[in-house]
Design a protein around this ligand. Structure first.
Ligand SMILES: Nc1ncnc2c1ncn2[C@@H]1O[C@H](COP(=O)(O)OP(=O)(O)OP(=O)(O)O)[C@@H](O)[C@H]1O
Ligand SMILES: [Mg+2]
Length: 253
């Protein structure tokens, strides 16, 4: 089974990139062939794997200069790197015919090489994110348990529904999960409850707790399993990955 997933939330700093790194690494460790695509000009995903400057990036591919250029960063794990130059892409591509489908066209020839393709979206709902939404079937939304985070959800749901109607009928929000969670905070528990009333069983049982090792690992160019296999962050992402793999059975049956 092949899954193509965008990890998106237009709110910044909610744990998108951290989740893409560690879900990707966890899936690869479970024997899945994984490609991660950094679609954010901040290039945090790229940097998290210790890549400072890549020769070929998503930017050049989107501009039509070359095909996607996956770089191997571990067993079963490849990444398409990003670069700050990507910040100009939205304007540069805005007058292209079929500008919403450029990424989809790039991904199509290599889907056979992977079990999972996961796209790290920028914190916006502009043309780059729309390119992700036309290229995938699934959207995962990481959320920080704050009231304002719930308010922001209405916007991303609206955009996804519009893309689904107009550009990609297969698009679905298949998972929502909470990051930077602290169960001692009553607010966090309340917000989690509210999210469950919106999304029901699409909310992952696993909550990613606040854990400093998750913030430290990228500076070592490591995923959490290599950095500290026994910390809470590694435990949480291990459990999240298990839930993601279990969805495969649900979808088949
Ligand atoms: N569970 C966690 N515990 C502690 N720190 C975390 C956790 N998850 C993420 N962080 C830290 O919080 C910051 C924001 O996380 P991250 O970069 O993953 O968010 P993002 O949604 O990708 O941000 P952006 O919108 O800017 O792309 C980073 O410094 C990261 O290391
Ligand atoms: Mg990010």
């Amino acid at each position: 089974m092949k899954r193509i997933i965008a990890v998106s939330n237009h709110k910044g700093g909610v744990g998108k990139t951290t989740s893409v790194v560690n879900i990707g690494a966890g899936l690869a460790r479970s024997g899945k062939r994984v490609l991660l695509i950094d679609l954010d000009p901040q290039a945090n995903l790229t940097i998290s794997f210790g890549i400072q400057e890549a020769e070929k990036t998503i930017y050049g591919s989107l501009k039509g200069e070359y095909e996607l250029f996956p770089m191997n960063v571990g067993e079963n794990l490849d990444i398409v790197a990003s670069t700050l130059d990507l910040s100009g892409a939205e304007t540069e591509l805005s007058s292209e015919a079929g500008r919403e489908y450029i990424l989809q066209e790039l991904i199509e020839p290599i889907t056979g090489n992977y079990d999972y393709i996961i796209i790290d979206c920028p914190p916006s709902l502009g043309l780059l994110t729309i390119n992700a939404f036309t290229a995938v079937e699934e959207v995962f939304i990481p959320l920080q348990p704050h009231y304002l985070a719930i308010k922001g959800l209405a916007k991303i749901i609206e955009v996804i529904n519009k893309i689904k109607r107009r550009l990609n009928k297969s698009l679905e929000i298949t998972a929502v999960f909470v990051t930077l969670y602290d169960k001692r905070k009553i607010l966090h528990r309340d917000v989690l409850q509210t999210i469950k009333t919106y999304f029901g069983d699409r909310v992952f049982y696993t909550k990613i707790r606040e854990n400093i090792a998750l913030a430290e690992a990228p500076s070592a160019g490591n995923d959490i399993f290599s950095y500290d296999a026994s910390c809470n962050g590694a435990d949480d992402y291990r459990r999240l990955v298990k839930e993601i793999i279990e969805m495969e059975d649900k979808d088949n049956g």
